[in-house]
Design a protein around this ligand. Structure first.
Ligand code: HEC
Ligand code: HEC
Ligand code: HEC
Ligand code: HEC
Ligand code: HEC
Length: 180
């Protein structure tokens, strides 16, 4: 890891701790991936939700992902939010009838996650949206996707490349910003 040279010895110690902790977590994460199959999320969502249709009707990202301006998590909308519209819209559709089934059973839809950071990384939507970073910079053109799928790899280099362009670049490069 080239960034490690140029750190003080205390920082190196800390970095070492992160490296070891990180490696243990990576092995655990790899094991989880093998058993959960999260990497293939897009092809196996429980319901054929379609981003493009909703974008074409002018529904804003933040209407459903209302967490982005308030919290670390963007929030995946509940069945209740869907039914606010679909109690009346396209009730003839088979997919909407499937959706209504979840609502009648009061069951959450078990969406598979598309983007998910390992637990040793801290990320917050609110601060990025407040700084004017667009959804597209990190998620690609979701408005033209049917089922959301991963088009941007969220590795550490991806985060650091953009942080390097910011005015307070030193502060945003600090390991502890993202590894708390
Ligand atoms: C009508 C509600 C709705 C709107 C509007 C909407 N989304 Fe979504 N979004 C969802 C649902 C439901 C999922 C979970 C299913 C999936 O992954 O496709 C999701 C998933 C996602 C994911 C993947 C999340 C993950 O990591 O699992 C991203 C990224 C995303 N949306 C971004 C956007 C963006 C950007 C927009 C605006 C262009 C948008 N969404 C508009 C409902 C919506
Ligand atoms: C703000 C209103 C609104 C919300 C909230 C909303 N939808 Fe929709 N949805 C629409 C509209 C409008 C259409 C397009 C209807 C048409 O084709 O005339 C649509 C279309 C759809 C379709 C396509 C139906 C088909 O058979 O092609 C699906 C599936 C769907 N929505 C699922 C969902 C799910 C799941 C949620 C919650 C995550 C959701 N919608 C939330 C308004 C909404
Ligand atoms: C700076 C990069 C960045 C921007 C900008 C961004 N996201 Fe994300 N998004 C992420 C990361 C990283 C994750 C995974 C977070 C995690 O697992 O903790 C994520 C996860 C999500 C999820 C899954 C639920 C969650 O919060 O974990 C949704 C939905 C989502 N983003 C929607 C959006 C929408 C809508 C916008 C624009 C309003 C947006 N994102 C802007 C990086 C970004
Ligand atoms: C496209 C540009 C961009 C990308 C990509 C990006 N960031 Fe940022 N990040 C910013 C900006 C702008 C700020 C806000 C700077 C400020 O407020 O001083 C920021 C601030 C932060 C902060 C400090 C504020 C807070 O919320 O505590 C953290 C942590 C952070 N980013 C984590 C990440 C992670 C993790 C990733 C990769 C998954 C990432 N960022 C990707 C632009 C970006
Ligand atoms: C802007 C956010 C950010 C900063 C700052 C940051 N990291 Fe990371 N780091 C990440 C993300 C995101 C991942 C997860 C990468 C993945 O899942 O592919 C990660 C993963 C790691 C890993 C796991 C191994 C790997 O390369 O995937 C180590 C070790 C690590 N970081 C060490 C550090 C050290 C040491 C520093 C300070 C010099 C640092 N990080 C600064 C975001 C950051």
């Amino acid at each position: 890891m080239r960034i490690i040279s140029g750190l003080s010895s205390r920082q190196r110690l800390l970095a070492g701790a992160v490296v070891v902790g990180g490696l243990v977590l990576i092995v655990a994460a790899a094991a989880l991936l093998v058993t959960s199959g999260r990497s293939d999320a897009a092809s196996e969502q429980p319901l054929a939700f379609n981003h493009e249709i909703h974008a074409q009707k002018g529904i804003q990202c933040q209407f459903c992902h209302y967490g982005v301006t308030k919290s670390p998590s963007a929030v995946i909308p509940s069945v209740e939010l869907c039914m606010g519209c679909h109690q009346n819209i396209r009730t003839d559709s088979e997919i909407i009838q499937e959706l209504a089934g979840y609502w009648e059973r009061q069951e959450p839809i078990p969406w598979k996650r598309v983007y998910e950071q390992p637990s040793y990384v801290y990320f917050n939507h609110r601060s990025h949206i407040a700084s004017g970073v667009t959804c597209g910079a990190c998620h690609g053109d979701v408005a033209s996707m049917t089922v959301a799928h991963q088009v941007v790899e969220h590795n550490m280099g991806f985060c650091l490349d953009c942080h390097a362009e910011q005015e307070n670049k030193e502060a945003l490069y600090d390991c502890a910003v993202c590894h708390r």
